[in-house]
Design a protein around this ligand. Structure first.
Ligand SMILES: Cc1cc2nc3c(=O)[nH]c(=O)nc-3n(C[C@H](O)[C@H](O)[C@H](O)COP(=O)(O)OP(=O)(O)OC[C@H]3O[C@@H](n4cnc5c(N)ncnc54)[C@H](O)[C@@H]3O)c2cc1C
Length: 472
């Protein structure tokens, strides 16, 4: 039957890695399948500004998150996030992984940064490329862990659900499709940015975990709460994010004629919550044709060498202002979970950006997503570790999985992105959403028909007796 407490984890961003660590520390054996072929396939790798901690003012931290969400965040989820923040960061990131967060000089104390809508300096960072400095040591740590097996280039495509319990998933690797059973399954598949033509997320952010959970019958929530980052540079068509930390340092937004517009929009001007800044940037871009981030008031290259290098790579001269537009950045909603990442289906967990914990409500405060993935990942992994695969009568069926042509897929994908851009972007109307719904329904019928989803389904036993812990 395989080792007790064998778990399936899907996704190798901070949430999936934290869940794997939490589970392995509690004695479980973990198969971590990720469709990424390299670390850059996870949003985690791209995170810039950093990870927020509570320091000595937890109530103020909660208050800032709640205010940024316009009072829509869930107080219980906020308590869990903030009460566990500092201990999780210290334990995992500093003591286990040895992440070398920037210090204020002489190695004395951390150089806590501040970003938009934070009322305190509380963000740990490594330059403006914090994500990769967390992600790479985390991957290396787990790659050497004797209870964790990482299967790269392996995608989960469908959950094995029977009687509202999830027994594993169907995995695809190198053209081979096969069921993979587990005592519990943790989805950590990240966001949905790639459903839009303009996003900060890597191309694999296609919402797979949310789609699989929904198809298996799990509840989702707050899917309408999509965050658009206000300052994304698309000068050469390849978007890159210009972190809020740059505005925290004093950069200002200017419209085409050089005029500042944020002071008239919000009392915190450029440091107003993301949704406020994003809408203003879009409006000014629409009105004047161009918005730039003016970084001339400080030593941009000295303080943000990584961003300066990125500008150079994309042919942008920061001394003339960095051209910016809003772009899809983060999904606040997702698979509905409790404070341990448990979904509405037995033995199915969801963590990180694919989950809706309630922390962010309708709008996320900067630098709280890595923290949410870390805290919920550890909690879900720990909770799931006790589950052993159980024998049950019955069978689960999955779709036959015939592959449509590349041309059909590309065409369908472009139609999907066009619909999302046009009707489900920063500004929406009831009529536009109705149009989007019809367009997406028509697209789904087409894709289902082409992919043979109506055809007879493959049938698998509820639990197989082969080894539960090997990559397919
Ligand atoms: C440019 C950028 C800057 C950011 N800056 C910050 C910041 O400074 N601070 C902050 O807190 N947040 C930041 N964020 C947000 C934050 O990085 C993400 O929300 C967070 O990293 C999400 O972590 P995750 O583990 O949920 O998902 P991800 O890190 O996106 O990982 C998802 C993983 O799932 C895998 N996957 C997807 N589908 C499947 C499938 N079907 N089967 C198997 N594997 C699958 C992917 O390959 C990937 O490995 C930033 C995001 C971006 C894009």
């Amino acid at each position: 039957m395989g080792p007790p407490g064998a778990l399936n984890h899907f996704g190798s961003g901070i949430a999936g890695l934290s869940a794997a660590l939490g589970a392995a520390r509690n004695g479980a054996s973990v198969t971590l399948a990720t469709k990424a072929t390299q670390p850059e396939g996870a949003s985690t790798w791209w995170a810039q500004g950093g990870i927020a901690v509570a320091r000595t003012a937890p109530e103020q931290f909660k208050e800032d998150i709640a205010v940024a969400s316009s009072g829509t965040s869930d107080p219980e989820a906020l308590d869990v996030l903030v009460q566990n923040a500092d201990a999780a960061v210290r334990d995992v990131l500093i003591e286990t992984l040895g992440v070398d967060f920037d210090t204020g000089g002489n190695g004395a104390s951390f150089d806590f940064g501040r970003e938009a809508a934070h009322s305190e300096d509380r963000i740990l960072h490594v330059d403006a490329s914090t994500g990769r400095h967390i992600h790479e040591p985390f991957l290396n740590h787990l790659a050497g862990h004797d209870r964790v097996e990482i299967c790269g280039d392996t995608a989960a495509i469908e959950l094995l659900e029977h009687d509202e319990r999830v027994h594993g998933a169907v995995l695809e690797s190198d053209g081979t499709v096969q069921p993979h059973y587990a005592g519990a399954t943790i989805l950590a598949t990240g966001g949905i940015g790639a459903l839009y033509s303009r996003s900060t997320n890597p191309g694999g952010s296609t919402g797979d975990g949310i789609a699989m959970a929904h198809r298996a019958g799990a509840a989702t929530a707050d899917m309408e709460f999509v965050q658009f980052h206000p300052t994304v540079c698309v000068a050469d068509g390849d978007p890159f994010l210009v972190s809020e930390a740059v505005r925290g340092e004093g950069a200002v937004l200017r419209a085409a004629e050089g005029e500042r517009f944020m002071p008239a929009v919000h009392e915190d001007a450029e440091l107003a919550p993301r949704d406020v800044v994003a809408r203003a940037v879009e409006q000014e871009h629409h009105r004047t044709g161009r918005v730039v981030l003016d970084v001339s008031s400080f030593d941009f290259a000295g303080i943000f060498p990584d961003l300066a290098a990125m500008c150079a790579e994309h042919g942008v001269d920061p001394s003339t202002g960095i051209p910016v537009v809003p772009a899809e950045h983060f999904l606040c909603g997702g698979v509905d979970v409790d404070t341990h990442g448990r979904t509405s289906l037995d033995r199915l967990y969801a963590v990180g950006e694919c989950a809706r914990t309630g922390v962010h409500g309708a709008n996320r405060l900067a630098s709280t997503s890595l923290l949410e993935g870390l805290v919920w990942g550890l909690r879900a992994g720990t909770d799931a570790a006790g589950h052993e695969p159980t024998e049950r009568e019955g069978a689960v069926s999955t779709s036959p999985g015939s592959a449509p042509s590349e041309e059909f897929l590309q065409d369908s994908y472009e139609r999907l992105q066009r619909t999302m851009d046009e009707h489900v972007g920063l500004r929406r109307t009831p009529e536009g959403l109705r149009d989007a719904l019809s367009a997406l329904r028509a697209l789904k019928i087409n894709v289902d028909a082409y992919a043979g989803l109506g055809a007879p389904r493959a049938v698998h036993p509820v639990v197989a007796t082969d080894d539960l812990r090997t990559c397919p």
